[in-house]
Design a protein around this ligand. Structure first.
Ligand code: ATP
Ligand code: MG
Length: 356
């Protein structure tokens, strides 16, 4: 495992900021290979990167990468190739969702001259072009059942035919596939061939969503600051603690890609040296409000007294008028609750028949 630490610049007001230099203390687990870098220091990521390393050096013929969009599946596929003995041979990739069925077959297996109207020349497919190396099939769940059958044949027999061809061609590629959907479920729904599924899932690596490894956020933020400082000739030195807290509380549906875009946008648009909450997109700032506020303020406003009255009434309803229980729910003594009920004229109200 290539474990190294990045050297970042320090900043003056370290106590209020998550300055980039603070990451020097953390043992940073970074799998680096040529252009691809995958950053992560959480147990989940360490385990994943360990397995990536093992799989890369093994002779495993197929690897399945399963994870939500933007979690780093493409990056990991490239790393597996670059760290393998196949690294001096080509790495070819195709997104199965991007082409119609007829084209995808000719892309994968090539075609003979005259195989179809536009086939003016013989064309090699990705299986041939990746010979000795790695073929990465992204969004494999989108492949039609007919193409799945041909793929299975190529994996099992290590031979294939170009579209319109009669010659059996030998193949020696490692097949890495990726999907953001549950392939097992697709098998149950008869959208994916079971036999192919069992071939592909021999080694399955689960790439965790960012919200399950929020401890990686500071490391990723620092890494992208460093990266985009270089790209855009900026001098961002760190992120203010409040901004980092907002990032930690956000759900990150777009995963690392979304976080990367946030930092890149800031690097392009802002000229300050620190990332502030105000620089963050609305959805990140608003998510804090949505996730922490158990109520919403009406547009016409509300007084604290009205809110208090509301909460007392709700606590009494929940506890069917039992004042001791209601006081406990509100974190006050029964005496205080009684005093407030009198103040708001609630003593004669009947809460016994209400409950949730
Ligand atoms: N752990 C990481 N460290 C650094 N960069 C990362 C990491 N994970 C993802 N990235 C970056 O985030 C972007 C999205 O990653 P990638 O394209 O590999 O995701 P994906 O899982 O293949 O997404 P999709 O399912 O949408 O194809 C890329 O620019 C990649 O370099
Ligand atoms: Mg991808």
């Amino acid at each position: 495992m290539n474990v190294s630490s990045l050297n970042y610049k320090s900043s003056a007001a370290e106590d209020t900021l998550n300055v980039v230099s603070k990451s020097q203390d953390i043992v940073q687990q970074i799998t680096k290979s040529c252009e691809e870098i995958v950053v992560g220091n959480t147990t989940l990521m360490k385990e994943l990167l360990d397995n990536v390393e093992k799989v890369a050096h093994s002779h495993a013929p197929t690897v399945l990468l399963q994870g939500e969009s933007g979690t780093g599946k493409n990056s990991i596929a490239r790393i597996i190739h670059q760290k393998s003995q196949r690294a001096s041979h080509p790495f070819m990739e195709i997104n199965c969702a991007s082409l119609p069925e007829t084209l995808i077959e000719s892309e994968l297996f090539g075609h003979e001259r005259g195989a179809f109207t536009d086939a003016k020349q013989m064309k090699k497919g990705l299986f041939e072009m990746a010979e000795g190396g790695t073929l990465f099939l992204d969004e494999i769940a989108e492949m039609t059942l007919a193409t799945q059958a041909k793929l299975l044949q190529a994996i099992e027999g290590k031979i294939f035919r170009r579209v319109g061809g009669t010659e059996n061609l030998k193949t020696n590629v490692r097949l890495i596939t990726a999907t953001s959907v549950d392939l097992k479920k697709a098998v149950q729904e008869k959208k994916f061939r079971e036999d192919l599924y069992y071939r592909l899932q021999l080694i399955t690596l689960l790439v965790p969503p960012l919200r399950e490894r929020i401890e990686d956020i500071p490391l990723l933020v620092n890494y992208f600051i460093h990266k985009f400082n270089e790209s855009y000739k900026k001098q961002i030195s760190g992120i203010r603690r409040e901004a980092e807290d907002l990032m930690r509380r956000y759900n990150w549906p777009g995963n690392v890609r979304e976080l990367k875009n946030v930092i890149e946008r800031i690097a392009i648009l802002e000229n300050q040296t620190l990332i502030e909450p105000a620089h963050l997109p609305e959805e990140i700032v608003m998510s804090e409000y949505e996730s922490t506020a158990p109520f919403s303020i009406p547009s016409g406003g509300v007084t604290i007294e009205e809110m208090e009255r509301c909460y007392i009434r709700e606590a009494l309803r929940k506890s069917r008028g039992n004042q001791c229980q209601a006081a406990r729910l509100l974190g006050m003594t029964r005496h205080t609750l009684r005093y407030r009920m009198e103040k708001f004229g609630m003593v004669s109200e009947n809460f016994e028949s209400h409950s949730n």
